[in-house]
Ligand binder design. Structure first.
Ligand SMILES: [Zn+2]
Ligand SMILES: [Zn+2]
Length: 247
Protein backbone atom coordinates (compact mmCIF):
# COMPACT_ATOMS: atom_id res chain seq x y z
CA UNK A 1 0.00 0.00 0.00
CA UNK A 2 1.51 3.31 -1.10
CA UNK A 3 0.23 6.84 -0.59
CA UNK A 4 -0.60 8.82 -3.75
CA UNK A 5 -1.56 12.13 -2.17
CA UNK A 6 -1.33 13.81 1.22
CA UNK A 7 -4.60 15.53 2.08
CA UNK A 8 -3.62 17.06 5.42
CA UNK A 9 -0.51 19.24 5.90
CA UNK A 10 0.29 22.44 7.82
CA UNK A 11 2.51 25.44 7.09
CA UNK A 12 3.79 28.54 8.85
CA UNK A 13 0.37 30.11 8.22
CA UNK A 14 -0.77 28.17 11.31
CA UNK A 15 1.82 26.40 13.45
CA UNK A 16 3.69 24.37 10.86
CA UNK A 17 7.38 24.97 10.30
CA UNK A 18 7.61 24.95 6.50
CA UNK A 19 6.20 27.11 3.72
CA UNK A 20 3.54 26.00 1.27
CA UNK A 21 6.23 25.61 -1.37
CA UNK A 22 8.36 23.46 0.98
CA UNK A 23 5.41 21.06 1.40
CA UNK A 24 4.75 20.97 -2.34
CA UNK A 25 8.40 20.25 -3.15
CA UNK A 26 8.56 17.45 -0.60
CA UNK A 27 5.39 15.93 -2.09
CA UNK A 28 6.93 16.13 -5.57
CA UNK A 29 10.10 14.50 -4.31
CA UNK A 30 8.02 11.56 -3.09
CA UNK A 31 6.18 11.33 -6.40
CA UNK A 32 2.79 12.25 -4.92
CA UNK A 33 0.05 13.32 -7.32
CA UNK A 34 -1.75 15.58 -4.87
CA UNK A 35 -1.05 17.73 -1.82
CA UNK A 36 -3.49 19.69 0.30
CA UNK A 37 -2.48 22.64 2.44
CA UNK A 38 -4.88 22.52 5.37
CA UNK A 39 -3.93 24.97 8.10
CA UNK A 40 -5.99 25.49 11.23
CA UNK A 41 -9.24 27.43 11.08
CA UNK A 42 -9.15 31.03 12.31
CA UNK A 43 -11.29 30.11 15.34
CA UNK A 44 -8.27 28.56 17.00
CA UNK A 45 -7.07 31.05 19.59
CA UNK A 46 -3.40 30.12 19.41
CA UNK A 47 -2.58 28.86 15.94
CA UNK A 48 -5.50 29.56 13.65
CA UNK A 49 -4.70 31.24 10.32
CA UNK A 50 -4.92 35.03 10.67
CA UNK A 51 -8.09 36.02 8.83
CA UNK A 52 -6.27 38.51 6.62
CA UNK A 53 -3.99 35.73 5.31
CA UNK A 54 -6.55 33.54 3.56
CA UNK A 55 -6.58 35.57 0.35
CA UNK A 56 -2.81 35.66 0.31
CA UNK A 57 -2.75 31.87 0.72
CA UNK A 58 -5.16 31.48 -2.18
CA UNK A 59 -2.88 33.47 -4.42
CA UNK A 60 0.19 31.60 -3.23
CA UNK A 61 -1.48 28.24 -3.89
CA UNK A 62 -2.56 29.36 -7.38
CA UNK A 63 0.95 30.61 -8.18
CA UNK A 64 2.48 27.34 -6.97
CA UNK A 65 0.02 25.39 -9.09
CA UNK A 66 1.28 27.24 -12.16
CA UNK A 67 4.89 26.65 -11.16
CA UNK A 68 4.40 22.92 -10.43
CA UNK A 69 1.77 21.66 -12.89
CA UNK A 70 2.63 17.97 -12.37
CA UNK A 71 1.05 17.88 -8.90
CA UNK A 72 -2.47 18.89 -7.89
CA UNK A 73 -2.27 21.50 -5.13
CA UNK A 74 -5.36 22.11 -3.03
CA UNK A 75 -5.92 24.92 -0.57
CA UNK A 76 -8.04 23.80 2.33
CA UNK A 77 -8.54 24.28 6.04
CA UNK A 78 -8.71 22.11 9.13
CA UNK A 79 -11.78 23.81 10.55
CA UNK A 80 -12.85 23.77 14.19
CA UNK A 81 -16.25 23.03 15.65
CA UNK A 82 -17.11 26.15 17.64
CA UNK A 83 -20.55 25.26 18.99
CA UNK A 84 -22.63 22.30 20.12
CA UNK A 85 -24.94 23.19 17.20
CA UNK A 86 -22.22 22.08 14.76
CA UNK A 87 -21.10 25.56 13.66
CA UNK A 88 -17.56 25.61 12.23
CA UNK A 89 -15.15 28.52 11.92
CA UNK A 90 -15.50 28.85 8.13
CA UNK A 91 -17.95 31.42 6.79
CA UNK A 92 -19.56 31.53 3.33
CA UNK A 93 -16.89 33.81 1.95
CA UNK A 94 -14.07 31.53 3.04
CA UNK A 95 -15.89 28.47 1.66
CA UNK A 96 -15.80 30.20 -1.75
CA UNK A 97 -12.08 30.80 -1.48
CA UNK A 98 -11.05 27.26 -0.51
CA UNK A 99 -10.93 24.01 -2.47
CA UNK A 100 -11.69 21.77 0.49
CA UNK A 101 -12.90 22.05 4.08
CA UNK A 102 -11.93 19.44 6.66
CA UNK A 103 -13.21 19.46 10.22
CA UNK A 104 -11.64 18.18 13.42
CA UNK A 105 -11.89 18.65 17.17
CA UNK A 106 -9.18 20.74 18.85
CA UNK A 107 -8.75 22.42 22.18
CA UNK A 108 -8.00 26.12 22.45
CA UNK A 109 -10.82 27.19 20.14
CA UNK A 110 -13.06 30.23 20.64
CA UNK A 111 -16.76 29.39 21.04
CA UNK A 112 -19.87 30.76 19.38
CA UNK A 113 -21.92 31.35 22.52
CA UNK A 114 -21.35 31.38 26.26
CA UNK A 115 -23.25 28.10 26.80
CA UNK A 116 -20.71 26.32 24.57
CA UNK A 117 -18.00 27.00 27.14
CA UNK A 118 -19.66 24.55 29.51
CA UNK A 119 -21.48 22.49 26.86
CA UNK A 120 -18.19 21.65 25.18
CA UNK A 121 -14.98 22.57 26.86
CA UNK A 122 -15.65 22.22 30.54
CA UNK A 123 -17.70 19.08 29.91
CA UNK A 124 -14.92 17.45 27.88
CA UNK A 125 -12.27 18.44 30.41
CA UNK A 126 -14.34 17.13 33.34
CA UNK A 127 -15.10 13.93 31.43
CA UNK A 128 -11.39 13.09 31.47
CA UNK A 129 -11.44 12.85 35.27
CA UNK A 130 -15.05 11.81 35.89
CA UNK A 131 -16.08 8.70 33.95
CA UNK A 132 -19.73 9.39 34.76
CA UNK A 133 -19.61 12.39 32.40
CA UNK A 134 -17.99 10.56 29.50
CA UNK A 135 -21.26 9.34 28.03
CA UNK A 136 -22.70 12.84 28.03
CA UNK A 137 -19.52 14.32 26.51
CA UNK A 138 -19.54 11.66 23.79
CA UNK A 139 -23.17 12.41 22.96
CA UNK A 140 -22.58 16.17 22.76
CA UNK A 141 -19.42 15.82 20.63
CA UNK A 142 -21.06 13.32 18.29
CA UNK A 143 -24.19 15.40 17.82
CA UNK A 144 -22.16 18.50 16.93
CA UNK A 145 -20.17 16.60 14.29
CA UNK A 146 -23.32 15.05 12.82
CA UNK A 147 -24.91 18.51 12.60
CA UNK A 148 -21.76 19.92 10.98
CA UNK A 149 -21.87 17.19 8.30
CA UNK A 150 -25.53 18.08 7.67
CA UNK A 151 -24.89 21.81 7.49
CA UNK A 152 -21.69 22.07 5.44
CA UNK A 153 -19.95 20.50 2.48
CA UNK A 154 -17.08 18.80 4.28
CA UNK A 155 -14.43 16.64 2.64
CA UNK A 156 -13.01 14.88 5.64
CA UNK A 157 -13.21 14.52 9.41
CA UNK A 158 -9.64 14.75 10.70
CA UNK A 159 -8.41 12.32 13.36
CA UNK A 160 -11.88 11.21 14.54
CA UNK A 161 -11.79 10.08 18.17
CA UNK A 162 -8.59 12.01 19.01
CA UNK A 163 -8.90 14.91 21.51
CA UNK A 164 -12.53 14.20 22.45
CA UNK A 165 -14.66 11.02 22.50
CA UNK A 166 -17.25 10.43 19.76
CA UNK A 167 -19.62 7.61 18.81
CA UNK A 168 -17.77 6.13 15.84
CA UNK A 169 -20.70 4.13 14.46
CA UNK A 170 -22.91 7.23 14.25
CA UNK A 171 -20.10 9.32 12.73
CA UNK A 172 -19.34 6.64 10.11
CA UNK A 173 -22.99 6.21 9.22
CA UNK A 174 -23.47 9.95 8.64
CA UNK A 175 -20.12 10.29 6.84
CA UNK A 176 -21.12 7.49 4.46
CA UNK A 177 -24.41 9.21 3.71
CA UNK A 178 -22.80 12.63 3.19
CA UNK A 179 -19.74 11.25 1.35
CA UNK A 180 -17.34 12.63 3.94
CA UNK A 181 -13.99 10.86 4.32
CA UNK A 182 -12.80 9.59 7.70
CA UNK A 183 -9.12 10.13 8.30
CA UNK A 184 -6.57 7.65 9.54
CA UNK A 185 -4.09 10.20 10.87
CA UNK A 186 -0.54 8.83 10.95
CA UNK A 187 0.55 11.51 13.43
CA UNK A 188 -2.22 11.17 16.03
CA UNK A 189 -2.93 7.45 15.57
CA UNK A 190 -6.68 8.09 15.08
CA UNK A 191 -8.76 6.51 13.74
CA UNK A 192 -7.42 3.60 15.75
CA UNK A 193 -7.62 0.08 14.30
CA UNK A 194 -10.55 -0.56 16.64
CA UNK A 195 -12.37 2.54 15.34
CA UNK A 196 -11.62 1.62 11.70
CA UNK A 197 -13.26 -1.76 12.29
CA UNK A 198 -16.40 -0.05 13.63
CA UNK A 199 -16.45 2.51 10.78
CA UNK A 200 -15.83 -0.19 8.12
CA UNK A 201 -19.27 -1.61 8.83
CA UNK A 202 -20.72 1.40 6.99
CA UNK A 203 -20.10 2.27 3.32
CA UNK A 204 -17.75 5.14 4.21
CA UNK A 205 -14.41 5.93 2.56
CA UNK A 206 -11.13 6.71 4.27
CA UNK A 207 -7.91 8.68 3.70
CA UNK A 208 -4.50 8.17 5.31
CA UNK A 209 -2.59 11.40 5.91
CA UNK A 210 0.57 12.69 7.57
CA UNK A 211 -0.81 15.82 9.30
CA UNK A 212 2.73 17.09 8.67
CA UNK A 213 3.75 20.14 10.68
CA UNK A 214 7.21 20.06 9.06
CA UNK A 215 7.81 19.68 5.35
CA UNK A 216 10.02 16.63 5.82
CA UNK A 217 7.03 14.82 7.33
CA UNK A 218 4.82 15.27 4.25
CA UNK A 219 3.82 11.84 2.93
CA UNK A 220 5.02 10.04 6.07
CA UNK A 221 2.05 7.80 6.71
CA UNK A 222 3.57 4.45 7.70
CA UNK A 223 1.78 4.45 11.07
CA UNK A 224 -1.52 5.08 9.31
CA UNK A 225 -0.94 2.25 6.85
CA UNK A 226 -0.21 -0.08 9.79
CA UNK A 227 -3.54 0.88 11.37
CA UNK A 228 -5.41 0.19 8.12
CA UNK A 229 -3.69 -3.17 7.74
CA UNK A 230 -4.29 -4.15 11.35
CA UNK A 231 -7.99 -3.41 10.89
CA UNK A 232 -8.08 -5.39 7.62
CA UNK A 233 -9.37 -2.38 5.69
CA UNK A 234 -9.72 -2.95 1.94
CA UNK A 235 -7.30 -0.48 0.24
CA UNK A 236 -9.99 0.20 -2.38
CA UNK A 237 -11.84 2.08 0.33
CA UNK A 238 -8.87 4.37 0.99
CA UNK A 239 -9.02 7.18 -1.56
CA UNK A 240 -5.36 8.20 -1.49
CA UNK A 241 -3.43 4.93 -1.68
CA UNK A 242 -2.53 2.48 -4.43
CA UNK A 243 -1.57 -1.17 -4.14
CA UNK A 244 -3.39 -4.24 -2.88
CA UNK A 245 -2.58 -3.89 0.80
CA UNK A 246 -0.33 -6.94 1.01
CA UNK A 247 2.69 -4.84 1.88
ZN1 LIG B 1 -5.87 18.36 13.96
ZN1 LIG C 1 -3.75 18.95 11.39
Amino acid sequence: MKITGDLHTHTTYSHGKGSMEDNVRQALELGLKKIAITDHGSGHLFYGVKKENWKRMRKEADDLQKKYPSIKIELGVEANIISTDGTIDVDKELFQLLDVVNVGYHYGVGVKKISDIFGFYILNLLAKGFPALRGKARRVNTKALLLAMDRYKIRMITHPGAKVPVDMAQIAQKAAKKKVLLEINAHHGHLTAKDVKIAMEYPVKFAINSDAHESRHVGMVEEGIKIAQEAGLDPKRIMNVEGDGTK
